[in-house]
Design a binder for this molecule. Sequence first.
Ligand code: HEM
Length: 133
Amino acid sequence: MGSRKHERPLSPNIQIYRPQLTSVLSIANRITGVVLTGCGFILVIWLVAAASGPDAYSQFQRIVGSWPGLLLLLAATFAFFLHLCGGIRHLIWDSVRAFELKQIYASGWTVVAASLVLTLLSWVVGMIIAGQN
Ligand code: HEM
């Protein structure tokens, strides 16, 4: 065991840093990536239910159409758009652009605003289409 004198400083961890837009969006991108992977499984279940016949399909629709189901669907829609917009932000960074701190904050808030607008827009369009049937 080394003496105290030779101990290296530990880098501050997540519990020490104050949450900032940059870190929150970074973590959110990972969480939404995992959430979308889970949504992929649910999408497969939906397709299997549709292929299994009207009973299985209507049972699935009943679960998704319930309040908790709709709330989860809303959250999933936001997760999708947050990850999509965050992904586009990453692609811009990959082209070695917008790395100034001011630009990073501007793109971060743009991602948040665009995700909210796109979520709202897709639900409004979805409800209009659903209302027509
Ligand atoms: C529904 C489809 C999608 C799924 C299931 C998915 C899933 C994931 C997962 C699991 C990760 C890894 C997260 C991590 O460990 O940090 C990830 C990262 C990433 N995704 Fe997606 N993703 C999807 C759509 C997209 C789209 C449409 C884009 C682009 C516009 C995108 C861009 C990215 C990028 C750039 C990263 C890496 C971010 C980083 O370097 O930290 N993804 N995605």
